[in-house]
Design a protein around this ligand. Sequence first.
Ligand code: HEM
Length: 165
Amino acid sequence: MYQVDVWLHVLMASVWVGGLLYTGMIVVPFTAGFAPEERRQIMRGLARRFRWIGWGALTLAVLTGIAGLALRLSTVRMGQLLNGEAFDPDKMNASVVAWLPWKLFLVASMVLLMLLHDVLSLRAAQSLQVSCGSDPRSRIGTIAASMATLVALAVLYVSVRLAHG
Ligand code: HEM
């Protein structure tokens, strides 16, 4: 059960981080050479496809991550996260105490940044439908997605430290 949970967790993390990296390293540079309208269509089509797969994968990564905490040899239960015992060095494994707060903080920051990106992109796309010709790219949204991608890399590092010390 524990092994299946970790396998699913790493698989879902790969889908999410892989999608972010593929977009930043392949899709964005590739579409830069296209005419604005064509670029818009490609980006919007790909974003629409990835939205459910990406958010679905991230949701499952969070759920399997929480389950993994409880299934590990040094278990951390939901109640201990809420009452603060999970961060107490006398009661918890040292790597959990050192790295779990970072992991939770970074995952929450990544989720907020990507939510900001999605909300701003959807708004920009809607405003384009109302006033034809304006650029649907939101500068703040683009910065938020780039920051989320960097934070995702930090999540991976912190994950390794959490699991292996
Ligand atoms: C609140 C959400 C999360 C929690 C509570 C959580 C918890 C955990 C735990 C306990 C492990 C260690 C599994 C073990 O070996 O026993 C782990 C490993 C891992 N997590 Fe998460 N996780 C969460 C979200 C994420 C996210 C969003 C990502 C990726 C973007 C991620 C990526 C990984 C990876 C790659 C590993 C494997 C590290 C290794 O074995 O070296 N996790 N996570």
